[in-house]
Design a protein around this ligand. Sequence first.
Ligand SMILES: Nc1ncnc2c1ncn2[C@@H]1O[C@H](COP(=O)(O)OP(=O)(O)O)[C@@H](O)[C@H]1O
Ligand SMILES: [Mg+2]
Length: 509
Amino acid sequence: MKTESLGTIVCTEDGPSTEKIEFVIGNRNELSTEKQIPIHVGQYVSINAEEGLVIAHIEQIYKTNRYFSQIDAVHEFTRSGKAFGAIFPIDRWEYVLAEAKPLGIFTNGQVQRVTYPPSPGAIVSAPDYKILSEFLGFSKGGIHLGHLLFHDIPATFNLSKMYQKHVALLAMSGAGKSYAASVMLEELLSRKPAQGRPTILVIDVHGEYTGLAESQGTKGKTFEDQITVIRSPLVEIATPRMSAKAFATYSPDMGTIQVRELTRIIRSLRTARKGQPYDIGDLTIALEQDPSINVRTREALLGWLDNLQSLRLFGKTSTPEWSKLMKPGQAVILNLSETVSLQKKQIIVDAVLRHLFDLRRDGIIPPAIVFLEEAHQFCPEARRALAFSKGILETVAREGRKYNLSLCIISQRPVRLSTTVLSQCGTNIFLRITNPYDLDHIRATSEKITKATLTSISSLTVGEALVVGQATRFPVFIQVRERATKETAFGEDFETVTQRYDKKGRKAD
Ligand SMILES: Nc1ncnc2c1ncn2[C@@H]1O[C@H](COP(=O)(O)OP(=O)(O)O)[C@@H](O)[C@H]1O
Ligand SMILES: [Mg+2]
């Protein structure tokens, strides 16, 4: 394949070296008349060198023009009122100099470190489509999130590399996190049985994922046959699945003696029931009738059980029946938008994840991916920000990999996220982030991110993302593709909603 020549490597004080090369862009005059930008920061280039094909990434671009470096002369001419360009061929003296960082050598499908610099005078070209795709580690048939910025190359990530360890999708609000997650879901749900299909749970805090299952007539796509939406008021946690320790998670003041007594009572209730399910009401009766328990312990336990009972979350069996819904190629959207209490949401997330963890460990459900929106609410870093679901999320983060239970953590406040969870995310996808505390936190938790990369995170536009980590060989900037399914109304702006409300109101008059 013919490659386009972009420029020529020049000598500088400290280059070309294995760390940095600079090259001057060729054909400047031709290009300037067409008003075409020849090259962008963030683009990739290739150079044929002794070691093989060097692929480099453009980090900075400078312009220079000798005519304008003589400050007094420029000043004098400007004062005379004459157009500079009318007298001097200034165009011809403008140079565009690009600084690029060699990333690696590509030979026979292998990527090696650059150990010898390309020579001054070497030609810098636009890299071959297939080579660049392979070099960056994109894989055919993978998760197609969008395309590489400045290159017409599909950004497709290998399923295993992406979900073997967990994924963090981080950005400020409105940058396109939920949109990107929906694109990811479309990709996962589009997989054919032969490719291997995981099962999916989406913990949808705002109810913004239901669009994936909405029908759109002939236009657009829907996954209605593959998705079950569960509204949080319908969720019931199976009381017989709860150990005394699990009860203690939701009643943090419970002491060891109380846990021990409750364990004893649960055990004898289980024996008495001979495998028949029971609920908190039954447990309360067992507690009241127990002859040997200390009165104060009994009162305390009754108080806690009463509190939990009032949440109306605990039943005899689990609703829905998770093992029936979590099938290959199927997704459950757990819509929490009707539940206001954060504690209640945390209890639901905790119980459901504990259940899934067990189901997965016992091989009852296929490899699973759990998408968690507003993750900082469920596994916060701060000790005093008590979250019932933090323990299980940290366990899944640490041990989920063994059982192929993967998390996709979505959050707009990385600084508030549990570092245990964040540091277990093998792949980070960043969209626009401008908060300096969040940026510092990201820098501290991800060793692959350089300062220059970090700066670019704050200048991304909506839908542009940086993917870093196991899913890709080098950090890559991508444009997230358009989704094929319907976007839920949650994304609508203030004005649109106001107008619709007003219209409805007038109709009602
Ligand atoms: N890749 C994209 N292409 C087109 N529009 C996008 C893209 N990403 C986000 N948007 C738009 O930007 C808005 C905010 O996106 P959203 O995913 O809700 O942000 P976040 O979840 O980060 O708050 C949405 O209205 C969405 O339509
Ligand atoms: Mg969102």
